[in-house]
Design a protein around this ligand. Sequence first.
Ligand SMILES: CC(C)(COP(=O)(O)OP(=O)(O)OC[C@H]1O[C@@H](n2cnc3c(N)ncnc32)[C@H](O)[C@@H]1OP(=O)(O)O)[C@@H](O)C(=O)NCCC(=O)NCCS
Length: 200
Amino acid sequence: MKLSDFSFCTLGAPIRDLSSFDCGRKSINDFFRNEALDYQSELFGKTYLLTPRNDLSKVAAAFTVANASLFTRLLPNSRKKKVGYEVRHSKGDINHPAVLLGQLGVDLQFAGHGLGSQIIEFVAQWFAGEKNKSGCRHMIVDAFNESELLSFYANCGLMPVFGNIEQERKYRQLEDDGRPLNTRLLYRDLVLLRRESIRG
Ligand SMILES: CC(C)(COP(=O)(O)OP(=O)(O)OC[C@H]1O[C@@H](n2cnc3c(N)ncnc32)[C@H](O)[C@@H]1OP(=O)(O)O)[C@@H](O)C(=O)NCCC(=O)NCCS
């Protein structure tokens, strides 16, 4: 399946009702069914839908994007260096602007055909591109802490911000309750896309 076989639209007109959308994860289905419109009207996150060009009433995939930051001052030095690749100016400690890709879901009918990976690539190019209206250094995802899902994101260039759970707990100001984290913070440095395009 190619992304060009699909149309993009924002949640609202013409599609408001995502009750038949099913990506197999209840929390994400519930978000699109019950919360996404409010998120959007309150300017907390904008939801985009992909519909097959031959059936514009069917939602094949949905995701939400929002402005976010990587709070570099709260990162351990080793991580700070990593996310600050080629940051030349004197603002080594500035928080890095980012786009948060949230609630990525591909309807089960369309899953496993490369759509999820292509959406991630599309969003990365979109926010790193000349037409983006503001600076956006990273893409970040707060991904469910499940090994196969984390591998999927790693294949899409999204790597854990933190090398270990203790660092991540500290950053998120979470108590150590002895349980694994529900989600892991992943990032992809979008400046690398620009460097690649300059080289290529
Ligand atoms: C995660 C998701 C968006 C991937 O979309 P997709 O279109 O199926 O992804 P792709 O076809 O591009 O990539 C699929 C690959 O990732 C793997 N993969 C993706 N998600 C996976 C998961 N949750 N568990 C196991 N493997 C997964 C597949 O096995 C497949 O591997 P392969 O290419 O070696 O066969 C989709 O599975 C989904 O909607 N899941 C439910 C919602 C969810 O968990 N979203 C993530 C929120 S953090």
